[in-house]
Design a protein around this ligand. Structure first.
Ligand code: ADP
Ligand code: MG
Length: 252
């Protein structure tokens, strides 16, 4: 569905992403992992149209989309969540998601339909669909769910999920991982899931690729990647929970 080849993104002389290639198959959940600053969000930002690639290509369903602006990418069926949620705080939950439903497709759906799509997306992520439900009072887990609902309301074929586990406790992380698996199952959405910690992600992804300093250092099935000496080296000393995840995966 999605094919990124030889993708490089430079900021001045600094290569945030260097010659990165990966493919996402239909119905797949692909994990994109790597320590902080390894180029994960930048990769998303290029795919989603926020930045044009310095070089390389992004193809979606056979079409080159590397030069398209964000709205056009979304209209083609690629939705993304942001690492740092920034909802419209004065709007209700439902209004936040209805905006995505209304503007996220090339053609605006009828308004009544947009409300339906928004309720549907909220229900899928298990947030209240009542028109009076507010953004205020949502904790980290609720805000991450709202990000997912806003992305899903655009009826994507591909979901780019950036750090869905950030700021969550252990139990919330497991629930968030299950939710991405459920979204794939219920909606047939293919997912690229970015995370700097491996933990809960490793259980759910079909394959993962590992970035370090903007380069792909490993790719394959989660259990193989977790045993890869370069991956272990990159994670040792950067993130204690990742070391634990590597250890757990080796035991498994
Ligand atoms: P990750 O999401 O893996 O934590 P990022 O893709 O956000 O990493 O960042 C990769 C590197 O690129 C970091 O060193 C970051 O400081 C740098 N970077 C990201 N965006 C910009 C930008 N707009 N301008 C300059 N440097 C950037
Ligand atoms: Mg990031």
């Amino acid at each position: 569905m999605l094919e990124v080849s030889g993708l490089t993104k430079r900021f001045g002389g600094f290569a945030a992403v260097s010659n990165v290639s990966f493919r996402l198959a239909e119905g797949e959940i692909l994990g994109l992992i790597g320590p902080n600053g390894s180029g994960k969000s930048t990769t998303f930002n290029v795919v989603a149209g926020l930045y044009a690639p310095t070089s390389g290509s992004v193809r979606f369903l056979g079409e080159e989309i590397g030069a398209l602006p964000p709205a056009a990418v979304c209209h083609r069926g690629i939705a993304r969540t942001f690492q740092i949620p920034r909802p419209f705080r004065r709007l209700s939950l439902l209004e936040n998601v209805a905006l995505a439903a209304f503007y996220g497709r090339g053609e605006h759906p009828p308004r009544a339909k947009a409300w339906e799509m928004a309720k549907d997306a909220l229900a899928l992520v298990k947030l209240p669909t009542h028109p009076a439900a507010r953004v205020d009072g949502l904790g980290a887990a609720g805000l991450k769910k709202l990000e997912l609902a806003r992305a899903l309301a655009t009826q994507p074929k591909v979901l780019l999920a950036d750090e869905s586990l950030g700021g969550l406790d252990e139990q919330e992380m497991e629930q968030a991982a299950d939710m991405l698996a459920m979204i794939r199952r219920e909606r047939g959405v293919s997912v690229v899931w970015v995370e700097h910690i491996m933990g809960a992600l490793m259980r759910v992804v079909d394959r993962c690729i590992v970035l370090d300093h903007g380069e792909v250092i490993a790719a394959g099935k989660p259990q193989d990647v977790a045993r890869d000496p370069r991956v272990i080296e990159v994670y040792l000393g950067t993130d204690a929970s990742a070391v634990q995840a590597v250890t757990d995966a080796r035991v498994a």
